[in-house]
Design a protein around this ligand. Structure first.
Ligand SMILES: C[S@@+](CC[C@H](N)C(=O)[O-])C[C@H]1O[C@@H](n2cnc3c(N)ncnc32)[C@H](O)[C@@H]1O
Length: 216
């Protein structure tokens, strides 16, 4: 786990006082009110990239079942939308920041979706869990090597024919990430582009998982 000598948004245990607040946003005609706190990514408002992702990607329909992953969930904006839209699915909200995970639990309780939301650190997710969809506004600022490691860790857990939806700012390397994913055997398409953000859809073709199994 990353050291927490300075308080980045990806600190495991932020040292700054929590300074709670409520934020509101709309997705697909529904309003959401969530609690956030200092020391958690984009605590003042729904992040612009996350807003583009939730506006442009194909949200799960009401009949969606199985497990969905919100990778790097923060206070749980994506989790709230996925679990509200897909009442038969379970959403794993995964982050290294324990304050963020506490907020996810609190927000899930307030939205009455807590029975279908699992807020967990990466190591707490059982190894065998596979995901029908992975959603992420990934932590680009951790650096390329760590970001690639994160994607190598979680993308192989997509179910066959599953889709991962990622949002990345163009100026933070969306196009090179798309090329890297495709070269790794994870065909990544530019699904949409808005306000300087790219929404990438990544399919599990099985090729990369097979390659990983051969050369872990
Ligand atoms: C760009 S933020 C997105 C947060 C949230 N999904 C949102 O849209 O507001 C990325 C998140 O990834 C988390 N993160 C950083 N490293 C991680 C890791 N190795 N595994 C899981 N999450 C991580 C950070 O703590 C942060 O909350």
């Amino acid at each position: 786990m990353r050291s927490v000598t300075s308080d980045h948004y990806f600190s495991a245990e932020p040292s700054a006082p929590a300074r709670r607040r409520q934020i509101t946003f709309d997705v697909a005609g529904r309003g959401y009110r969530l609690s956030t706190a200092a020391g958690v990514f984009s605590a003042e408002r729904l992040d612009a990239g996350t807003a583009v992702l939730l506006r442009k990607a194909t949200l799960p329909g009401p009949g969606t079942t199985g497990a969905l992953l919100d990778l790097g969930c923060g206070y749980g904006a994506i989790t709230a939308v996925l679990a509200s839209r897909a009442p038969y699915a379970t959403v794993y909200a995964v982050d290294v920041n324990t304050r963020a995970l506490d907020l996810v639990r609190e927000n899930a309780t307030a939205l009455e979706i807590a029975d279908r939301v699992v807020a967990a650190t990466p190591d707490e997710v059982p190894d065998g869990t596979r995901f029908a969809q992975i959603w992420s506004n990934p932590p680009i600022r951790v650096g390329k090597e760590e970001l690639h490691g994160l994607l190598r860790r979680w993308l192989p857990r997509l179910e066959p024919d599953g889709t991962a939806w990622l949002v990345v700012a163009r100026h933070l390397g969306a196009d090179s990430l798309q090329a890297w994913l495709t070269a790794q055997g994870w065909p990544a398409q530019r699904h949409a582009s808005q306000k300087g953000y790219r929404v990438l859809s990544v399919r599990n073709t099985g090729d990369a998982s097979a390659r990983l199994a051969e050369n872990p």
